[in-house]
Design a binder for this molecule. Sequence first.
Ligand code: BGC
Length: 883
Amino acid sequence: MNSHNNPSWADSRVEKLVGTLVSAMTVEEKVAFVTGDLNFDYGFYSAPLERLGIPALQMADGPAGVRINRADVHDGRATSLPAPIALAATWDPGLAHRFGAVIGAECLASDHNVSLAPAVDIARVPLAGRTFESFGEDPLLTSDMGVAVARGIQSHPVQACAKHFAVNNQEYQRATIDAVIDERTLMEIYLPPFEALVRDGEVASVMAAFNRINGDHACENTELLSTILREQFGFRGWVMSDYGANHSTAASANAGLDQEQPAAGHWGEQLAEAVRDGRVDPTVLDTMVRRILTPLVGLGQLDRRPSIAPFPVETHHAVALQVAEEGTVLLRNNGLLPLDTSALSSIAIIGPDIDAASAQGGGSSLVKPIHQVSPLKAILHRLGDDVRADWAYGTDGVTPAALLPGPDPLPSDLLSPDGGAEPAQHGLRAQYWTNPTFSGDPFLERVDPQIDLNVGFFNFEGFNASSARVDKLPGDLNGQISVRWTGDLSVPASGTYSLSVTALGTFELSLDDRVLISSGEPVGGESATRAAEPLYPYGQLTLQGSTTQPEIHDVEVPLVAGTRYRLRMDYAAGSPEQGFLTGAQVRLGWRPPAGVVSPAIASAAASAAAADVAVVVVRDYESEHADRPHLHLPNGQDDLVRAVVAANPRTVVAVMTGAPVDMSAWIDEAAAVLHAWYPGQAQGEALARVLFGDTEPGGRLPLTFPRDLAHTPVTDPRQYPGTGGQVEYADGVFVGYQGYAQHGLDPLFPFGHGLSYTTFAYDDLEISPGGPDDLADLTVTVTNTGARHGSEVIQVYLGRLPAPVPTPPRRLAAYRKVRIAPGQSERVHLTIPARAASYWDVDAHDWARAKGDIEIFVGASSGDLRLSTTLPLRQAGLSEYVQ
Ligand code: BGC
């Protein structure tokens, strides 16, 4: 485990120049160089050293395109690429390289020289908030995608950054959680992508995560930063901390952290002091500087500086479109897709964001797009005037409040605002104060469609990925505030309704001046004035991730249709934990009597019933800083889809989420289901092209879709979300499909699944010895047996290894995507790397190879294996097997 080749950016010429620069720097200059700063122009930033011609490091998120902080640079816009999970669904590393090259080019042209991408954290649990930024649950696919993206980025003089090192698989308590994990699981599941990025991707930098691993913070984890990353993997670049993730001065410096990023405040003068008093050896500081300078010099960044320059917007849009199309997964199809326009005279187009292209993940990876063609516009454009089209939102918009637990929010069309608003306007009159005590004049008055707020982190400038039709709140309201909502409530049918309030803070809900539910404390009273957490910036800020849970209160009320009830809700976000990161969290929810839906859903269903075909596009809200509270579509969309599929059996459901959703409420009635992930700025065009068969949905699932949360490999709260500050990785190597297979769990859709508009047959599997680093070469004939062009992802899985440790019944060992014309066959070659038949030996602290019979399966998904053979591995020597 320790022979490595130097990356191409670290040759002797580079080393010599770096040595000269290091020896010319003073201790103060070195300390300044390794201490990052917050710079609102760039995000992460470290100052230039002009005396020596060393440029600033100007860093931009991130994994789904370049997040440009400066409004004066290209209007803050860049190509909004599909989320990395959509890229992984293409199973096409060549396309991933082009995706990375777009990021590299746009970084350079927007004055950045470091891209904070790719993220190669394994998607361990379905609720994890950053699944959309990941490449899914499989170490091999994640490695390949990460390597290709990093190489694409670094094909420009821009450094890539592998994040988040390591075992950063949930947002719940992300700053404090301690991931308790054994060595074998670490080496077999969570670290291979980082290893691949170092060895094959030549990645320049690594970002150390927020969390702890086996007790030590990631930023001061010597085992990870020095022993594994440097000594074992041979990493020659540098490690930066995540934002505020560094917890110490000497401990992190001595453990192997090379640059502290802002908001932690442990380096700078404190590091200089530690060097002066000997807690940090001067050679350690030199090493840190050298590690940062090596890729900087080696990638040509001394000479080729970033600038504000034009870039090929249309070419980049074409990459975004191709990834969106090839990443779209056809989960189910009863033959309705592709839609035949010649047989179509009317269509209903439905969804809360249907007239925008705004389905994307929130947080630091959010990109302000250059182009936006909505699904509605793209479908109408494709159909022309001969087809009658009707469209509807069906539900209110989706916001970060979707991350709150509790029943769905009361829809706006049951509410009308107080104070003489437009008759057509739905919602409630809202008055906002920037204090938790309703003091003084309100800061803002407006009509809110719903009572459904989750601000703070999610509402930071440029972090909020709400539906385009939702008016975001100004940042002044991110901290401790109070709000009063007033208006009328009227229900669509008489019956007993459950009204609920989800709230962090104090509240009082009344109907016709009678208090229905309250938090039990005076709203905005003394308790509301308790000190909040320290305010941004700097201070003791740590990006905690959601720790506090709002409470849910509910009450049953008989309500009569046709009656207008006066509704008033007072709310104060004044709990001690509410401040900069955790702001107002409040929702007025409902559970209607059985069979009752909102008027908007009823009318969307009516337009679906009157059309030949209905297309319903749904989305969720995902973001760093919180895991999802449940697996359902938020804000009434499950009811919407259920009503639409019931109204018209010829319904296509297009799901735009970055992670699995529970589809049990409607999947059996839907004629076709497309999973489009967060498809980036070309989402409308991609969807229209796939629907009408101008292209095929080329994606395959990079993670398992469970039936529900009870049927996944991790159901014990100690394993997720953790208890007592720890999360136990007792699921071991049985992650994702490896765990479903191990535990005999039947998923809704297995890893690797994805249908095509054509069909494929597999024949003639042959196996032959591979190269020196390979286990074997496989050849299989794949035939397009349908009538349309199509692509297939041929997947090779190994069965349980003949090994002294338990290994999964299926593990992905190789794959290849091929495009085949109808009626044609192709002989497809695949190579199984030696690593596939190895396990991590915890006594030897090294890989060991299995000996004995290994079953090899070839097929179209982990649940659709068509051919198999046995490879008898006689000896440790990999080429020594008998056929
Ligand atoms: C995220 C990182 C990101 C950084 C800078 C952090 O909150 O975890 O992924 O690169 O912010 O925006």
